[in-house]
Design a binder for this molecule. Structure first.
Ligand code: NAI
Length: 245
């Protein structure tokens, strides 16, 4: 199951898992984009199911998970990918300008969303003694990045704390929990910031380019595959050597 599967990195992960032969459950708040993407994957013969939910809403997530499980069976792998990074005319809010409602919204989606889906789906994984959870953090969790706001950095750092905690608590039940910290990845999210900001990030990136959603999907696939069975509690940068930490 992939949250935020209608666009960017989540959509690329969905396609990658389809190509690996998985049955893929797509969850997103954007009904229009999600239905188009799910239909496109189905029309290529892949096994997909989709449900609309706001990851910040625990009961909506429960309903969506029940629906998806009834269609595809138990969830082995959960990708907590849905995330937002609000901008105002291409710029993040400064701390003193930040509307408390915007703070709560970002915490709700970026952090509570991962709690909600993990809380709902991990008991089933524990019963089956097998599960993989992957949280989409960011390099902004680890260094000061002026191109994002305080709520984004704080929630992405909290996801790393959640990753390590859950790796410890759920490991005895056969559940591996890891995180990816993407750098600048070319997706619709990136287009919300001014071009000069992205150009500056590229000039600071060792590989001198933006990453692709498919490159993040490759790492997601590795971190949830049998090739990384003994990897848990880890955060892997997929950032082309940007802000190495
Ligand atoms: P995107 O904006 O292309 O896709 C995000 C998806 O999440 C959208 O389909 C959106 O509808 C969905 N979504 C938003 N709020 C939701 C909610 N409340 N409930 C359910 N779904 C919701 O963004 P992108 O770039 O693909 O980002 C995916 C993840 O990767 C996010 O967590 C983001 O913070 C993270 N990330 C992205 C980076 C980048 O450079 N693109 C860099 C670092 C992290």
């Amino acid at each position: 199951m992939i949250s935020g599967a209608a666009s960017g990195i989540g959509a690329a992960i969905a396609e990658r898992y389809c190509n690996e032969g998985a049955s893929v459950a797509l969850l997103d708040v954007n009904r229009a984009d999600l239905s188009v993407w799910a239909n496109e994957l189905s029309s290529q013969g892949f096994t997909v199911a989709w449900a609309v939910a706001d990851v910040a809403d625990y009961s909506a997530c429960t309903e969506a998970c029940n629906l998806l499980v009834s269609q595809l069976g138990p969830v082995d792998t959960l990708i907590n990918n849905a995330g937002i990074s609000p901008k105002h005319a291409g710029k993040p809010a400064s701390f003193w300008e930040m509307d408390p409602e915007e703070w709560r919204k970002v915490v709700g989606v970026n952090l509570n969303g991962a709690f909600n889906l993990s809380r709902i789906l991990s008991p089933g994984m524990a019963e089956r003694q097998f599960g993989r959870i992957l949280n989409m953090s960011s390099v902004a969790a680890k260094v000061h990045l002026p191109l994002v706001a305080a709520h984004y950095s704080a929630t992405k750092a909290a996801l790393i704390g959640l990753t390590r905690h859950l790796a410890g608590e759920l490991g005895p039940y056969g559940i591996n929990v890891n995180a990816i910290a993407p750098g600048r990845i070319e997706t619709p999210l990136l287009k919300t910031v001014a071009d000069d900001i992205n150009r500056q990030a590229v000039s600071q990136t060792a590989l001198r380019r933006l990453g692709t959603a498919e490159e993040v999907a490759d790492t997601a696939c590795f971190l949830t595959s049998a090739q990384s069975n003994f990897v848990t509690g880890q955060v892997i940068d997929v950032a082309g050597g940007w802000l190495m930490s």
